[in-house]
Design a protein around this ligand. Structure first.
Ligand SMILES: Nc1ncnc2c1ncn2[C@@H]1O[C@H](COP(=O)(O)OP(=O)(O)O)[C@@H](O)[C@H]1O
Ligand SMILES: [Mg+2]
Length: 359
């Protein structure tokens, strides 16, 4: 989606990843297929471009550093380093006085025993690195469960978090340009299913106090990290009406995919503008919108019924071009536009359900 936005504005796109025929590669002018650890290949790649950005935060810090020898990397590799590791990220947030889910670092079984005593049950045990879409985390409600979960991944650094009984989950996707100008798309409401984002709704139905607080926190995060590019803050809104930061993503975010169809400037075009040194575009929401993810599970009984979803005239279909529809894999999404966020959410669900209607 970034490559599409870039091509539309006349840029040539080169992509580097360990994969072949990737969604970006299908749109890009040049697709380099090499390991992130092949730093010579990374340097060669960086020599051929004017600026480097990323859409995946598990790019190793050394890779970003090698690229930065030949082209500016935006956001900076240090931001990747902080946000790709839950402990570093949470420590950074706590140090800056930002509200974060109560957590404890876990390096061994003793740490875990002590941490559950302090945080109580239920709690969520997460690997410090390489988690996404709920992978690498488990909700625990007993020491035995904790020990068996921990036993299955004994060599990794982990984080124990208090389980937050939230009233809702919300996010703010924001951008910051080379001159420090800040822009955001407001507060987005997110519903998860099996720890994977299922539906995003914009605008979120939150009080102006929560709205202002969410934007203020997000702005502080982008400024403290000195982000040039995009960053998403995922929040829990507690039963008491407080915001706690769940995690950060220094890139376009799934909860901001609706901006492609519903806003004057999409998150992808904004990333492009920010990293290429252009002024930011308007983030105005043209119409209330809802986005529904399309997971590989939808392919269980063969090709989904695309025609049935496209029969909803205000629903837009996005398929990423990933070859194998594994269960839980994000293959695409639908966006619905309507007169209200609630109505958009109903339409997008109906359109997704229609994908399973027999053709
Ligand atoms: N401490 C927690 N309390 C309550 N729910 C949680 C907690 N941690 C994770 N979750 C649920 O799991 C989802 C995914 O967790 P997250 O930490 O964002 O990992 P990922 O990197 O996989 O997105 C969250 O959006 C939320 O729905
Ligand atoms: Mg998340």
């Amino acid at each position: 989606m970034f490559a599409i936005a870039a091509r539309r504005m006349g840029y040539r796109v080169h992509t580097f990843s360990p994969g072949n025929d990737t969604p970006t590669g299908q749109v890009a002018d040049v697709e380099i297929n090499a390991s992130y650890h092949d730093l010579e290949a990374v340097r060669q790649f960086a020599k051929g471009v004017s600026v480097v950005t990323f859409e995946f935060e598990n790019v190793p810090a050394a890779t970003a550093e090698a690229a930065s020898e030949y082209a500016p990397v935006r956001p900076d590799g240090l931001i990747l380093h902080t946000t790709q590791h839950r402990l570093r990220e949470k420590t950074f947030l706590a140090k800056n006085g930002l509200p974060v889910t109560p957590f404890r670092p876990i390096h061994c079984l003793e740490d875990l025993r002590a941490a559950v005593k302090e945080l109580g049950y239920p709690a969520v045990l997460k690997t410090a690195g390489f988690g996404y879409d709920g992978k690498g985390q488990v909700k625990i409600s007993s020491v035995e469960q904790a020990e068996s979960a921990f036993g299955s991944v004994p060599l990794q650094e982990m984080v124990l978090e208090a389980f937050v009984d939230f009233q809702s989950e919300v996010s703010v996707v924001a951008a910051r340009d080379l001159n420090g100008v800040f822009a955001h798309w407001g507060v987005i409401e997110n519903r998860h299913c099996n720890h994977i984002l299922d539906i995003s709704i914009a605008p979120a139905d939150v009080s102006s106090k929560v709205y202002d607080q969410a934007i203020k926190i997000t702005r502080t995060v982008l400024e403290k990290l000195n982000v040039v590019g995009l960053l998403c803050v995922e929040f829990f809104l507690t039963q008491g009406g407080d915001l706690l930061i769940n995690e950060l993503a220094p890139r376009p975010h799934n909860s901001g995919h609706f901006t492609f169809d519903a806003c004057v400037t999409s998150q992808f075009e904004q990333q492009l503008r920010a990293v290429c040194g252009l002024p930011l575009g308007s983030t105005q929401l043209l119409r209330p919108a809802a986005m529904a993810n399309l997971l590989g599970d939808l392919w269980q009984n063969g090709e989904p019924n695309w025609s049935a979803a496209c029969a909803y005239p205000e629903v837009k279909l996005h398929l990423y071009g990933k070859p194998i529809p594994n269960p839980g894999r994000k293959m695409g999404h639908l966006t619905a536009l309507a007169h209200s966020a609630q109505s958009a959410s109903e339409i997008v669900r109906a359109a997704r359900a229609a994908l399973l209607v027999e053709q």
